[in-house]
Design a protein around this ligand. Sequence first.
Ligand SMILES: [Fe+2]
Length: 265
Amino acid sequence: MHGFVDIHCHALPGVDDGATSVDMGLDMLRRAAEEGVDDVVLTPHFRADDGAQRSQQLQDCFAQFADAVDSAGIGVRVHLGAELGFRFGLAQLIGSSPATRLAGGSYSLVDLPPGPLSPGLEQAFFEVRAAGYRPILAHPERHRNLATDPDRIDRLRAQDLLMQVNAGSLRGRFGRRAQAAAIRLAESGKADFIGSDGHDLDKRPPSLRSAYEQVVELAGPEEAQRLFVHNPRCVLTGTPVQEGQPTLSRERPGMWARLRRRLGR
Ligand SMILES: [Fe+2]
């Protein structure tokens, strides 16, 4: 099993709460390679109060780490990206440096702060789209206010906001509520990507394979291919993603219903 592209991973060492050393970053990439990942976009946090110097810092760190990855012969291609904390002026930030975009292309990964949702979200994402970029929301299933507000998710999707669900959420690593929300997004065709959001080797590993097998079992191999291979590769090539279809629960009603009952939904 090969060809996965992980668009969300904190293996770039020493720049956020992910890998703490070059060796640990390399070990995370070895784990990803073992799981069939061919390409990893390294997405260190870019917080709302970070300035332009953060872009330069990340580009410098990436250049050094990419050399180490090459020398180690791991067999994974690495790309620079970022996980942007939501801020006003998001469109200007994304336009300011390729380091704020995934693999320097047109897609950007954005994380919302916890708590009540800003009434300005839709306008901010509209501005990003109007500037020619494609925003992707990182793990909406983990955001309590958003995960429980399907109308808001629909309004954001109407602004062409894409959704990246965490593999660990599907596996239940972040609790039942996040797992139920992740499954709901996937079964309704509202998930566009599955990423690892890997931070380390134990609690939040850069793992995709078990979630891939789960989606194959629950939704079929075509949907798994769309979420783990096709769409994340579009991020690298700068091509439009394939939209999901809400067909999953109709195809496998018994299995989904059993899982929902188990999760108490
Ligand atoms: Fe992350």
